[in-house]
Design a protein around this ligand. Structure first.
Ligand SMILES: *[C@@H]1O[C@H](CO)[C@@H](O)[C@H](O)[C@H]1NC(C)=O
Ligand SMILES: *[C@@H]1O[C@H](CO)[C@@H](O)[C@H](O)[C@H]1NC(C)=O
Length: 372
């Protein structure tokens, strides 16, 4: 009985406090509550705006920004592109190549080719920091065609002549499609190494595309969905801490490396000396813009491209590892089949990082320069 009484009195005490609270609330001037509500909404919107708005880039050579250490050319629109010369010196060059690096990389991330091959074939290979990476100025007007046009201007300023070769790896390999589309008249030949695939390219068979997409890590699927569907949220998505973002950005040891890739990782030890440079101007102008363009709705479909070299005056090559966990071989095979003028080379047992196995890179360059 005593217990019941206590419960009753506790309940009436609760209802009493509730009533008195209600009374206090009603004694507030009604305008105050709506003012508080409006302030909360404004505060939230201000916070949300801050959270989705990328900070300004820390431009190289600006006050307080990183310093410029590499040679750079100045483009027509005033931006600078930093570059690195590889292989033989320019005066001994028989074959001039522009090399396009991949995601989260820079001009120093060049495929490993031997000095013997460079000497034998007179290979002068210039790699450059894509806009916003390393020491190249960001390009806030970056579009699908702007990197191809940057490559053309870089080659012109370095005196490459009317025709030159282009080689790109991974997301840089995907950009070689844009070179074939926008500057085909400038190309002597082109090589795409494990080029990234945009799952939203039209005419990829839905079943193949769905299957390949579903094999990506869940966090990578969501990052690509955000970049494609709500690109203006890309900065926020990749910097927020509630959900995991792209594994290649967030993890030190990405799970997307195959066993063959993991064996090659120790070869990348020299990266430690320059890795700080890669994102030094900010992740938005480098990494996030890459995702927003690479996975946007493209204004052309690579599978619709016409043969760049109908008279066999040059050749186009595509190399792909069959155990690549970043770029699915199933889709790459399909694309290569649609473009019979492309020389498709599939490497058994290779993952994504095979251009860092020296002998493979020599074979890749030989095939391009000999056209086989
Ligand atoms: C590059 O793309 C932009 C935007 O899509 C377009 O306005 C421009 O004409 C294109 N330039 C060339 C040379 O294709
Ligand atoms: C995808 O669909 C096509 C026909 O539309 C079929 O020929 C092919 O075998 C399918 N591939 C897979 C992996 O299901």
């Amino acid at each position: 009985m005593a217990g019941v009484n206590r419960r009753i009195s506790a309940a009436s005490a609760r209802s009493h406090t509730r009533k008195s609270k209600q009374k206090t609330a009603f004694t507030l001037p009604p305008g105050l509550l709506s003012t508080i509500f409006v302030l909360l909404v404004v505060g939230f919107l201000a916070w949300a705006y801050q959270a989705i708005q990328p900070p300004p880039a820390k431009m190289c050579g600006s006050m307080g920004g990183p310093s410029v250490t590499a040679p750079r050319v100045k483009l027509k629109d005033g931006r600078h592109l930093a570059y690195k010369e590889n292989g033989v010196s320019k005066d001994k060059a028989n074959n001039k190549i522009v090399y396009v690096h991949g995601f989260d990389s820079c001009r120093n991330d060049v495929m490993f080719f031997s000095q013997e091959l460079a000497d034998e074939l007179g290979i002068y290979l210039v790699s450059f920091d894509r806009a916003g990476y390393g020491e190249s100025d960001p390009n806030p007007r970056q579009t699908l065609n702007s990197t191809a046009l940057d490559i053309e201007e870089l080659a012109d300023q370095l005196g490459f002549g009317s025709k030159f070769y282009v080689v790109g790896f991974s997301l840089g390999g995907q950009l070689i499609w844009t070179c074939l589309k926008y500057i085909p008249h400038r190309l002597a030949g082109a090589t795409l190494i494990a080029p990234a695939i945009n799952y939203w390219w039209p005419r990829l068979p839905a079943n193949l595309s769905k299957e390949a997409f579903s094999q990506l890590l869940l966090q990578d699927q969501w990052t690509l969905r955000v970049a494609h569907n709500v690109p203006w949220l890309t900065y926020w998505w990749n910097t927020q801490k509630w959900f995991p973002s792209l594994s290649l950005i967030a993890n030190n040891k990405p799970e997307v490396y195959s066993s063959a890739d993991l064996e090659l990782v120790p070869h990348l030890i020299a990266r430690r000396t320059y890795v700080e440079q890669v994102r030094q101007q900010g992740e938005f102008e480098s990494l996030h813009r890459d995702l927003m363009i690479g996975f946007s709705s493209w204004e052309f479909n690579p599978m619709d491209l016409k043969n760049t070299f109908p008279n066999k005056e040059g050749s186009v090559h595509l190399w792909q590892g069959d155990e690549d966990l970043i770029v699915p071989a199933t889709l790459q095979r399909y694309i290569a089949k649609k473009l019979p003028w492309i020389h498709y080379h599939e490497l058994t047992g290779a993952g994504h990082l095979f251009p860092y196995a020296g002998s493979v890179s020599d074979a890749i360059l030989k095939a391009l320069l000999h056209g086989v």
